[in-house]
Design a protein around this ligand. Structure first.
Ligand SMILES: Nc1nc2c(ncn2[C@@H]2O[C@H](COP(=O)(O)OP(=O)(O)OP(=O)(O)O)[C@@H](O)[C@H]2O)c(=O)[nH]1
Ligand SMILES: [Mg+2]
Length: 306
């Protein structure tokens, strides 16, 4: 069921990427022209230059060693190769054995941070975890309200202060409260920011420091939310962001309704952080832990069992 949702939400990306690839290679013989055409499909569907080149080099090599004999062999090869490239040893959340696990959520404006927090909360509640959220976006008007509405809807406690308060002070209160109440997971919302906004990047560092002072090792995860609809552009921003924050994983949001989901294939080459979750809609249920095998099967429009 969840797989079908993923496959449906990746439909536009599939059409742009694997749909075009399948049409292209069908009945073709292997020659330089075919490689060029495949490369063009990859690059124009947001797979990115580095990842496209790596895939192409691998495919040429496979052809040289007799593993790809015709155009039709390219699809199963790509499918296996993409799965392997996306497979990460690290999946899910690094949950602590004792004490609250603190998850800090960061990213550029409007990338889907607050909605992803609602989704992550729901996902944890479904596993019987006790969750608390902290409204450290005290900057944008109505941001606190937005998270409050989600917390009420999901029935979890929220730590908040009025708009304009110091976000680090909210983080301090939240860490203290989470530890005192023995919640399993504290999820911290932050305001959208760009790596170029020095004061805001410093503020993020301060939030991180405050959390760590109250709860050992916190934040245990710093998840960056990447807007899937931004494709390669979003990735470039994320890359710079990462230079300023110790990012432990990504949430790729808004994979529904975009043709640019190919960007997921280039994350490993360009960022070397695991994709931990994907967002596929605006409701709290439109969310799934990232699974390379499932993702690639969905990308190729196949059944989960295939
Ligand atoms: N279709 C779709 N929409 C999404 C998804 N995730 C978030 N959105 C929408 O994107 C918009 C922005 O989401 P927010 O969660 O407010 O983003 P944010 O990063 O917290 O924004 P700021 O706090 O302003 O930086 C909202 O309209 C969400 O409903 C998703 O996976 N799919
Ligand atoms: Mg927000």
């Amino acid at each position: 069921m969840a797989f079908r949702k993923l496959r449906d939400s990746l439909r536009r990306t599939s059409a742009a990427l694997t749909g075009r690839l399948k049409a292209l290679v069908k009945g073709r013989k292997i020659d330089a022209e075919l490689w060029d055409e495949i490369e063009e499909v990859l690059i124009t569907s947001d797979v990115g230059v580095e990842a496209s080149t790596a895939l192409l080099d691998g495919a040429r090599d496979a052809a040289k060693h007799g593993k790809i004999l015709s155009g039709d062999d390219v699809i199963p090869w790509m499918r296996a190769e993409m799965t392997q490239r996306l497979t990460s040893r690290e999946t899910g959340l690094r949950l602590q054995d004792s004490g609250p696990t603190v998850v800090l959520i960061a990213g550029v404006n409007g990338s889907g941070k607050t909605t992803s927090i609602a989704k992550l909360t729901k996902w944890l509640l479904d596993q019987d975890k006790r969750v608390m959220v902290a409204a450290c976006d005290t900057f944008r008007a109505a941001a606190v309200e937005q998270l409050t509405i989600w917390s009420e809807r999901l029935g979890v406690e929220i730590v908040r202060q009025p708009q304009g308060s110091d976000p680090a002070s909210v983080a301090f209160d939240a860490a203290e409260s989470a530890a005192a109440k023995g919640v399993d997971v504290l999820i911290v919302d932050t305001a959208g920011r760009l790596h170029t906004q020095r004061n805001l990047m410093e503020e993020l560092t301060k939030i991180t420091r405050v959390l760590g002072r109250k709860i050992p090792g916190a934040p245990h995860e710093t998840l960056l939310v990447l807007d899937g609809t931004a494709g390669q552009n979003g990735l470039a921003q994320t890359q710079r962001f990462r230079e300023h924050a110790d990012v432990t994983g990504l949430i790729v949001s808004k994979l529904d309704g975009t043709a640019k989901g190919g960007v997921v294939l280039s994350i490993k080459d360009q960022l070397d952080v695991p994709v931990k979750f994907v967002g596929t809609g605006e409701s709290a249920d439109d969310f799934a832990p990232f699974d390379a095998r499932e993702f690639v099967a969905a990308l190729f429009g196949e059944d989960a069992s295939a």
